[in-house]
Design a protein. Structure first.
Length: 119
């Protein structure tokens, strides 16, 4: 009877050890899958961050170009009117905002269109 109990105990212990090895293998496989996915996500995040940085740089360049073209348009309109365009001062001086330039341009365009319509 003691031998039968010892055989049953050893069989149960072997089964338990086999199940533990299966669990360890599954956990190792899950770890590999997670590591691969983490690397893929890391590369995608770096690629997306680079894309955002490029887009931000392009947007800043476009905004700068927009502002400079607005200032050039205002100078050209002032020259057509015969007015002298105020010189922009340095970094700490007063400058016209984009809204002021747009308002001046729009008021000129509307007055020009009204003059064409009346004449």
């Amino acid at each position: 009877m003691a031998i039968n109990a010892w055989d049953a105990s050893s069989t149960t212990s072997l089964t338990f050890a086999q199940q533990l090895h299966i669990i360890v293998d599954e956990i190792a496989e899950l770890g590999k899958v997670i590591d691969r996915k983490r690397k893929v996500l890391k590369h995608e995040a770096l690629r997306d961050e680079t894309s955002v940085n490029v887009a931000e740089t392009a947007a800043e360049k476009a905004w700068s170009k927009h502002e400079s073209l607005g200032a050039e348009l205002e100078r050209a309109i002032s020259a057509l009117r015969g007015e002298s365009y105020p010189v922009q001062k340095g970094r700490f001086g007063t400058r016209r905002s984009g809204a002021q330039v747009r308002f001046n341009v729009l008021s000129f365009v509307f007055s020009f269109q009204l003059a064409d319509f009346a004449g």
